[in-house]
Structures are given as structure tokens and as C-alpha cells.
Write a protein that binds this ligand. Sequence first.
Ligand code: GTP
Length: 493
Amino acid sequence: MFKSEKFWRRPGWLFCLLLPLFHFASVKLTFFCAVTPENVVVVWLPNAVLLAALLRFRGQRAPLLASLTFTSDVLANLDAFPWYEAVLLSLVNLMEVAITYLLMRRGRVSPALRRLRDLVRFVMAGPLFGALLAGLLAALVLQQVGGATTAYLTLARLWWFGDGLGLLIYTPLLLAFSQPRNERLRLTRWDDAALALTLLLSAVVMLAHGGEIDGVSVTPTLLLPAVAVIAFRFGTRLTTLLVALISLTTAMLMTTGLKPFGEVPIHLEVVRAQEFILTLCIIGIGFAVLLNELRTRERELESRVRTRTRELEQSNARLAAISATDGLTGIPNRRRFDETLAAEWGRARRHRQPLMLALLDVDLFKQYNDCYGHQAGDDALRAVAEELSHHCRRSGDFAARYGGEEFALIAEAADEDQALAMADQICAALAALRIPHAHSPSRVLTVSIGVAVITPEEQDDIADLLKAADVALYRAKQLGRNRVELASVREKV
Ligand SMILES: Nc1nc2c(ncn2[C@@H]2O[C@H](COP(=O)(O)OP(=O)(O)OP(=O)(O)O)[C@@H](O)[C@H]2O)c(=O)[nH]1
């Protein structure tokens, strides 16, 4: 039932039915641990039940939840007080929770109580302020209406501490178990051993009734370091549960007439018990919340670092792409051409495959620029680059702007004939673009291409291939332009 998040979104009818029952049981349980003649208790649990419910549901149906717990408070108190006193004391309890809740809302305290800052604000609003106000009023009611004989300040302090501790112990406990878990614990066998040892120690303290065994002191104080270890390793849920159990057990030990805190008058004994429980809370709950916050921050930091690293990698990749691209034509630039040629050279040598390199130069481009303007010259270069890219559809094909009005093409070719055919195709395709060029013999923009093919061997040099293609290109220019010339690398260099 509690696993369903839907159930927990609003306080539904089932919750409204269970709340007063749970609250009633908590009053009875607390009275079971009552220790003073005026029914002042070491730890008052029930106010935390309403406060946790208000926080858990962000104040939804607050008047209904408050009325339900007020009624159960009055009914449960009737055994110990006359009805009018029970009503007044229940009103004091209600006021304490309402003030605490409103102060926490005003202070923007996150109801999850998972950060130390929220815990500190909660302590100031509830255990320190709300419970103090309730203590002062309740002591007045107990004396003036109930006729209590204990000194006013003593009564007020006992009530304050009892209520304050109740809020401090049980509110985080109820909230920790009524909300989705946010801690990821990595437990080892040593943790299990530490937990077993703590439980054993608690049993020994209980069996010894907080006194001594064979002269060895086994007071509840012994449990403090053990709780610190549990808080360190087991997170808020288990720690708040352990703190609550130890507090309850300590209070119950005192009702049996035993003296876990030594032979002292009853009021002093209650104060000692409260001091012990306060220390237990600070060490246990404070430590667990602090560590949970640190772990959460660490996780957030790690995830932020991961996101930043991803962004950095993406922008590095973008930068690398930009630095390898020619700004005018959008095809790879000279730097990328050099890298690709070196890589393809190595691959062709390893696999003993022929490698084709073609160098293209736009014919009479100076005249074109002079005639149509530099802007039109840029457009023509873009058109040449685009057409060239269309001819590089196979996986091994690669076209780049070599510089100025020169382009380069790297491709896998079975032999020189195939390379020549490919270059002829490109040459014809570029002429077919029919970009007007008044100073060209064919009246359209054309290119000359020098082609070189090589199956690289150990002694060959990449520069020889480039030189051969360049020589072939020069020859194409000499022989009238708008044509392809083939260089045989080893013969002609
Ligand atoms: N519009 C434009 N022109 C460029 C660019 N890069 C180089 N050029 C021009 O290209 C022309 C190249 O001229 P030349 O090297 O004399 O060669 P050509 O006129 O093409 O003659 P041949 O190569 O012998 O056919 C120069 O006028 C350069 O200014 C560019 O990015 N944009």
C-alpha cells in the first residue's frame, strides 16, 4: 500500500483513517513510558506524527489532519487528565505543531530534511522554539488547571525537552520512511558486523539495565560511538530508526524503576535521559543527514562533471570539424587533405592496393575573376566543390580544396584506366555545369586535371605522388586545358 506513489500524493481517506489510529497509539506508547507524577515524559512522540504528515503532504488537508490528531490526542489523554485539562493540553500540542510547520514553511525548509541546513532550521523552529512555547503554556495549564506541585520552570523545561526531543527524533524518522529513498548504500561484511555489534551492545545495556556488569559500567552512553558508526555507514533511515529505538528503550527502562543514569532524583534523572537522547540525536541524525548531503553533492558533482566532459568533447569535435573544413566551399581543407592522404597512403601500402590522386585546377580563373568579379569567382569555386563532392560517393573517395582555385581528389582505383575514366567524368561534368566564362575557348568554366596512381611500397615517398600529379596537371595546362593527363609515378618523377 505505501509503495504506491499515487497513494502518497495526497492524504487520501485511508491515510485519514490510519493517522488518528497511529497518533492514538503513539500517545498511549508515550504514556507507557511516562515517568513523573505529573505525567511529564522523557520523549513525547505524537506531535511528530502530525508534523511529519503536514510536511509529507506539503500542508494539503492540514485542517482535517489537525482535527483528527487533536481528537485522538484528547481521547488518549482522558485516562491521565480530566477532560478540560486534556483539551487544553491537546490544544497546546496542536499549537506547537502549527507554529513549527508555519516557521518551517516561512524558512523554506525542504520537507525531505535531507540537507543539514534544513535540519538546523527544523531544529530551531520545532524543538527549540515551538516546543519551548508549548512547555511554557503546558506548565501553566498543569499548575493552574491541574494543580501540579512541581516548580513552574522545572515543569516547563521537562515539557520543552520532552516535546523537543520527540519532534527531533520522530519527525526525521517518519519522513525518512514515508518518502522515496535517495541514498545508495554500498555495504560490506564489516558493516553487517558493525550493525550486529551495535545490536549486541544495546542488548547488553538493556540486560544490565544501564548499570554495570562485574564492575564494568554499561550505561547507555556506551552506545554513542556505535550509533556514530551506523550513521556513517547505513544512512538516515536506519540511523533514525536506531535512535528512536534506543530513546524509547531508555525511557522504558526508567519506567521500570531502574536507574540507567545513576541514583538521582526523578526530575534530574529525566533531564539526564533527555541530555543523553539529545546527544544521541546530534551524533546519529545530524551525522547521517550531513553524510547523506555530502554523498548527494558528490553524486551531483560527478554528474555535472560528466555533463561538462560530454559538452567539452562535443565542442572539441565541432572545433576539430571546423578546423578541418574549408570556410568558402564547406569541403575538407588542405590540413585534412594532408592527414587523409597520409592515412590512405599507409592503408594502400599495407593492403598493397592502388591509390589514385587527382589535382584539379580551374582554367583561366584569373580572367574569370577579372571579368565577373571576385564574388562570382567564389560562387564558381563553390559550384566546382559541390560537383566534385557528388563524385565522391564511394567510401574510400575524398575531395578537398587544395588551395586557391586548386582541388584534390583521393580515391581507390583498380588501375590507371579506371582512374583516368573517373577523372574524365569529373572534367566533363564540370564543363557540363555550363558556368559562363567569356575568356575560355569553350565559353564555359572548365578544369584541368593531373592524375597519378601508385601502389605504394616501402621505398616510395608520398611527395613523389604529389609531384607526379602536379606534373601531369602542368602538362594538361600546356596541352590546352579542359583535359586530363595521367602521370606514371615511378617513370615520370
Ligand atoms: N574569387 C576567388 N579567386 C581566387 C581564390 N583563390 C585564388 N583565386 C584566384 O585564382 C586566380 C588564379 O590565377 P592563376 O594562378 O594565374 O591561374 P589561372 O588564371 O587559373 O590560369 P591557369 O591556371 O593557367 O589556367 C588568381 O587570380 C587568384 O586571385 C578565391 O578564394 N576566390
